[in-house]
Design a protein around this ligand. Structure first.
Ligand SMILES: [Zn+2]
Length: 155
């Protein structure tokens, strides 16, 4: 589940995993220190249906009726607007903690991070930062420190 929130300093819209609530990070846009908020119904992201066709496809439909010339010129402009919007994708962050990638004692951290980077594509990756975090180990009740990465990307 993702939380959508804005940087209190520069109003950049950001997204983070809800598991990262309460984590202090630096805004990827302006560098200000901010704390990822707790998830609540107002900021939880509702995932769009994956089957929704890309909006750009509509612009290739050919009008079947003889429309006035002005209308055709209007339509010709639209793919450019779509292209402009495409380059202004929301800036997002994805934090991957190492402990989330350990299954039955096997560390899949590198694979998980590699897979995610390949999924979003090199051109959309802005930065990859390391992070450290503490957690309470369920078995030993000890506070342990571990590491992960924060990937800033457009998507
Ligand atoms: Zn900011």
């Amino acid at each position: 589940m993702d939380i959508i929130f804005t940087c209190p300093n520069c109003r950049q819209q950001l997204e983070a995993e809800s598991s990262m609530s309460g984590t202090s990070i630096n805004c990827p846009a302006c560098g200000a220190n901010l704390v990822i908020p707790e998830p609540d119904p107002a900021n939880l992201k509702v995932s769009p249906p994956a089957s929704a066709p890309p909006k750009a496809e509509k612009h290739f439909s050919v009008p079947t009726t003889s429309a006035p010339t002005e209308v055709l010129i209007e339509k010709a402009k639209r793919p450019l607007e779509v292209a402009a919007k495409d380059s202004e994708k929301t800036m997002r962050i994805r934090c991957i903690k190492r402990t989330e990638c350990v299954e039955v004692g096997k560390d899949h951290f590198d694979e998980v991070v590699s897979e995610f980077l390949n999924k979003i594509g090199e051109k959309n990756v802005i930065t990859v930062n390391t992070l450290t975090y503490t957690y309470v180990d369920m078995g030993t009740r000890m506070i342990l420190t571990d590491y992960g990465v924060m990937i800033v990307y457009r998507g």
